[in-house]
Design a protein around this ligand. Structure first.
Ligand code: SIN
Length: 477
């Protein structure tokens, strides 16, 4: 297994030999180490991307697409190996890791085709001897900074369209999960993606990003992570007016109306809330159930939550793995205790799950009844397996509560009323709405938020806009 950094087609250590330990969050055991690179290696990676950019952009879209598709194929070929590696470094259940590898490959497959449809325009001019041409050209060297919660898919969701548009990239994966990124880099080499087009750096985020912000040759940064860090990056990006795509935090409402089909709403609520142990930007954070269905929804949701199985993600049958680190568990605990102290009732879960032989990183899947706006859990991202529920009376109240958040990434609602389906979809101030759907993520749809959840869209044809510049050519005949 490769553990070095990919820079200009070579596998390199940090110049000073520094390495970072990678731990399995379930056991806290050290599973590998990777280079902890600094400014010199980051500059070298930017040099490599810069030197590769003209030749990469000059290839035909079909040619680039074939290489990108080949990387996707290799990921599917090695799905089991990649999934096991992901579970080892991130903790998610193996079945979810397998799903993520396929999901990650699908972004490459989509982008490989979409690059062929990067059309420009010819616009009617206002003089008979003039023509107006609109070209779409690659934005240039692109930095990609990704989080630990989806170690493969958050890379390929950016990598696919960036490469398809003709941009070389410098990828900085999360310190907690560098192994999946390096494995993707190895497969990119096997796929024949030319040296310098994909560079991968592991190490301290602040050191690496400082160089990225300082180097005017980098023209684009695509970041997925917290709103706090996004805000910081946006400030630093002003130096070179770096183009940004920011996919930041979320605080998704999940509304269950009286006329909802609970056979669909309950499993959707479980999947939406508890996949990846609740460590998903678009996972449901707040549940609102209408008075007529509230008690039945809570009873059925509680029963389903109690059936989830907590444990090491590599154990067959486990559905909820560990949280990523000790701070994550402490935060979940704080949110639950705060809700309790403000009157919340906890019929299921509500404490750490201690498992023999494993680290103290597990939290019982939890339901809190009687959520109120004062509770921390109703405002802040929990990033853990806790589902707080509030009762509401009418549609206007539900929408008001749902929109009462600084975030605007994803929202969900369940109803059988066709008019309400449209009305509520339009009224929710979110970038993604799951209407009778708890799992909207897919390669061909635009993924991204509004308000403090960031800006820019990933996925589908919309992603191509993030990596292209529009050039206007005024042509006098
Ligand atoms: C995220 O929001 O954390 C990514 C999840 C997804 O793509 O479904």
């Amino acid at each position: 297994m490769q553990t070095k950094n990919l820079i200009g087609g070579e596998w390199l250590e940090a110049g000073n030999g520094d390495r970072l330990e990678v731990r399995n969050p379930a056991s806290d055991a050290v599973i590998a180490s990777v280079p902890s690179v600094g400014a010199a290696e980051t500059r070298k990676a930017i040099d490599a991307a810069w030197n590769a950019r003209t030749a990469w952009a000059a290839r035909t879209a079909a040619d680039r697409g074939a290489l990108i598709a080949s990387l996707g194929r290799l990921m599917r070929r090695d799905s089991e190996r990649l999934a096991k590696l992901m579970t080892l470094e991130q903790g998610k259940p193996l079945a979810e890791a397998r799903g993520e590898v396929g999901y990650a490959a699908s972004f490459l497959e989509w982008a490989a085709e979409e690059g062929k449809r990067l059309y420009g325009d010819i616009v009617p001019a206002s003089a008979p001897d003039k023509r107006i041409l609109v070209l779409r050209q690659p934005v240039g060297v692109t930095a990609i900074i990704t989080p630990w919660n989806f170690p493969a898919a958050m890379i390929t969701r950016k990598l696919g369209p960036a490469l398809a548009a003709g941009c070389p990239v410098v990828i900085k994966p999360a310190e907690d999960t560098p192994l999946s990124a390096i494995a993707i880099g190895e497969l990119a080499c096997e796929a024949g993606i030319p040296a310098g087009v994909i560079n991968i750096l592991t190490g301290d985020a602040a050191t690496i990003s400082e160089v990225i912000f300082d180097d005017a040759r980098v023209r684009k940064l695509s970041f997925t992570g917290s709103t706090g860090v996004g805000r910081l990056l946006m400030g630093k990006a002003s130096k070179n007016l770096l183009r940004l795509s920011l996919e930041l935090g979320g605080h998704a409402p999940f509304i269950v109306f009286d006329d909802a089909d609970l056979d669909k709403a309950v499993p959707a609520a479980v999947a939406c809330k508890f996949r990846n142990a609740g460590q998903t930007c678009i996972c449901a954070n707040r549940f609102y159930a209408q008075a007529g269905v509230h008690d039945e929804f809570v009873a059925r949701f509680s029963k389903a939550i109690a059936e989830l199985r907590v444990g090491d993600g590599s154990t067959e049958g486990v559905t909820v793995g560990p949280l990523i680190n000790d701070e994550a568990v402490a935060k979940v605990e704080e949110h639950v205790e705060n809700a309790r102290s403000l009157g919340g009732r906890v019929p299921v879960g509500g404490r750490r799950a201690r498992i023999d032989g494993l680290a103290d990183r597990f939290y019982e899947p939890t339901l809190i009844e009687g959520m109120t706006p004062e509770m921390m859990i109703c405002r802040e991202e929990t990033f853990g397996p806790v589902a707080p529920v509030a009762k509401f009376t009418d549609e206007a109240e539900a929408i008001e509560q749902a929109n009462a958040s600084e975030y605007g990434l994803a929202a969900y609602f369940f109803t059988r009323d066709a008019s309400r389906l449209m009305r509520v979809s339009e009224a929710l101030e979110y970038g993604i709405v799951g209407a009778n759907d708890g799992g909207p993520s897919t390669a061909q749809a635009p993924f991204g938020g509004v308000k403090h959840s960031g800006f820019g869209r990933e996925g589908g044809r919309y992603a191509m806009d993030e990596y292209t510049e529009v050039k206007y050519v005024s042509w006098q005949l």
